[in-house]
Design a protein around this ligand. Structure first.
Ligand code: DAH
Length: 358
């Protein structure tokens, strides 16, 4: 027994030496396998336990376990030390020169779609004005896309929208592909308490197709509801938006009386085309108005207390105007050459401080 314990002390000593001497992780692993691996020297001693007299087994077993623990700890410590040393060596020799230009390759070649760029630009501008971004579903109930927006079932506006209807459900209601992002007005008023200040970008769908219409296109809705907002605020917000978006100091705007079921009064807004280098022309860019009291009431809010405004902008149209794109269908054709021409570098993140599109 005593002899065995002496062997054990010798084994521990020699293994500790091996551990300390291991100069790299691979050598250390060989030491580990040779000691506590399945066929290692410590494991071999463990295997002998079964053949020993019961009175010897306990104390010898404890001693072997002690050695095993010591060696395992030493292995761990050495491993950490070697890893740290390897990392330090890499850190000392490897340097990244972040002032170098980006290497040619996928990141440089890839292009951000002009619509994604315009979306980022618009969100950036309205975020700066204190608007949060909201979202709603593409598949919407008839109720939220139309009825609650003061467009009852027999309203002619439903025909104008050339709606894609889903089959009638058991209760007689129908889902639609939303024809406008105005559904998010309803969803927001039903789920949030005023003051509300949101913009809601998203896809909308209408059965229509020519070089300025596609069955799917994009809108951005805006909604402000509180107790004091009036038409002066609406005009100011839209003017600030147009100046920032077209990146000009002055913009001419024209508010024409119009009609939308969910606003009263309603207006369409034209922008002087000198903003895009075409003096003398007007560009129609959006619809807007003061939120109709019926819409506010439809969402469970008191129209005597709350008021506000809404607007809806065609995002594809904004992109076409700003970036000189003539055929809307090309936007969705997934043509690499088109994207190379009209797209933006992934490094061109629009910010108000650094310039939206520069
Ligand atoms: N939803 C309208 C459309 O698709 C656009 C619109 C007009 C939205 C006026 C508004 C608004 O929020 O106030 O034609």
């Amino acid at each position: 027994m005593a002899a065995k314990n002496q062997d054990l002390a010798g084994l521990e000593e020699s293994l500790l030496k091996d551990v300390a001497a291991a100069a790299d992780l691979a050598t250390l692993d060989t030491v580990r396998v040779g000691a506590i691996g399945k066929k290692g020297s410590i494991s071999a001693l463990m295997a002998q336990l079964g053949k020993m007299a019961p009175e010897d087994r306990k104390s010898f077993g404890q001693s072997v376990n002690g050695v095993k623990t010591t060696i395992a700890k030493a292995l761990d410590a050495r491993k950490t030390a070697l890893e740290t040393a390897a990392l330090d060596a890499r850190l000392a020799t490897e340097r990244a020169d972040i002032s170098l230009p980006v290497r040619p390759g996928a990141v440089m070649e890839g292009r951000i779609h002009p619509l994604s760029q315009v979306l980022d630009e618009v969100v950036e501008i309205f975020a700066d004005l204190g608007f949060a971004a909201a979202e709603g579903p593409d598949i919407e109930t008839d109720e939220f896309n139309f009825t609650k927006l003061n467009i009852p079932p027999e309203h002619p506006a439903r025909q104008d929208h050339d709606t894609f209807y889903f089959p009638e459900q058991a209760d007689g209601s129908r889902l639609v592909l939303r024809t406008q992002t105005s559904n998010v007005q309803i969803r927001t008023m039903l789920s949030q308490k005023p003051p509300i200040r949101i913009i809601a970008p998203g896809r909308v769908y209408r059965m229509d197709s020519d070089n300025t219409h596609t069955p799917m296109f994009h809108q951005i809705e805006g909604l402000v509801i509180d107790e004091t907002t009036h038409m002066g605020h609406l005009k100011w917000v839209l003017e600030e938006f147009c100046k920032a978006f077209f990146e000009v100091d002055e913009v001419k705007m024209r508010f024409r009386a119009s009609h939308f079921p969910f606003t009263e009064p309603s207006m369409e807004v034209d922008v002087g085309a000198e903003a895009i280098g075409k003096p003398g022309e007007w560009l129609e860019i959006l619809g807007c108005g003061m939120t109709h009291p019926k819409v506010i009431a439809n969402c469970g809010l008191d129209p005597e207390k709350y008021q506000g405004f809404a607007f809806g902008v065609g995002m594809d149209r904004l992109a076409m105007l700003k970036y000189g794109i003539t055929d809307l269908r090309q936007m969705f054709a997934a043509d690499q050459r088109w994207l190379k021409h009209y797209g933006f570098s992934a490094f061109d993140v629009p910010t108000l401080a650094a310039g939206l599109s520069s």
